[in-house]
Design a protein around this ligand. Structure first.
Ligand SMILES: [Fe+2]
Length: 227
């Protein structure tokens, strides 16, 4: 089994396939780590939805734009542009804002502070514009979002909401987006030998840490957000 930190190319397993398997493994691990929705208090449910919104609403399109700026192949650019068009044309940030408002979970300054450090780490990583690592991170992100939607919708229902457009749309469309990003990865790996060397999972690890803070912020982050 592949570990979370090491994608190894073997004669039987091309590197892009090894990375895809590792990304799927990482998503499975993250999903398995989620607390039972039924065991969360109303305040914990609100906080989780609010931190998710604080991160996704203003950053998803920005990070996908970073992927667009980083890639060098026309094939990858086309795939990412399709994704960006859909995000902007259908105003996914607005969809998410409606979802959070209806669940009485619009993010506060404290919610933003609880994820500030880990969000900053992802932003600084993005700024290095490393094509392969960013595409791997975004493929992980899309794959996670698609799997996470049923859980997020369940939290919102328990908050008394019936506004489910965001979770309905993302539970379906991100399947195609994830596949597209793995095709973009294939294309980019054929041109960026120097970019392929080293730890291709770097962005995934940083984003996974951020998502863990969305789900359950550390005591230290909560103390800082309360200060
Ligand atoms: Fe979206």
């Amino acid at each position: 089994m592949l570990t979370a930190s090491l994608a190894i190319e073997t004669p039987e397993l091309p590197l892009a396939t090894a990375i895809q398997q590792e990304v799927e493994h990482s998503i499975n691990d993250l999903m398995a780590s989620l607390p039972e929705a039924a065991e969360l208090s109303a305040d914990e449910r609100r906080g989780l939805i609010a931190r998710y919104t604080a991160v996704l609403e203003g950053n998803f399109i920005y990070w996908m734009t970073g992927a667009f700026l980083a890639v060098r192949t026309e094939a990858a650019r086309e795939i990412i542009l399709d994704n960006l068009h859909e995000e902007v044309r259908d105003s996914h940030p607005h969809m998410l804002r409606k979802f959070a408002l209806a669940a009485h979970a619009a993010p506060t300054d404290k919610d933003a502070m609880a994820v500030y450090r880990d969000l900053t780490n992802v932003r600084l990583f993005l700024g290095r514009l490393s094509a392969v690592r960013i595409i791997v991170m975004m493929a992980f992100f899309e794959g996670f979002i698609q799997r996470f939607m049923a859980y997020l919708a369940d939290l919102a229902k328990r908050q008394g909401s019936t506004e489910m457009e965001y979770t309905d749309v993302h539970g379906v469309c991100d399947i195609a987006h994830t596949d597209g990003l793995f095709r973009a990865l294939d294309a980019e790996m054929t041109v960026g030998a120097s970019d392929v060397a080293g730890d291709q999972m770097e962005g995934v690890k940083l984003l996974r840490t951020l998502i863990s803070s969305i789900v359950e912020p550390s005591e230290k982050a909560l103390a800082q957000s309360a200060a």
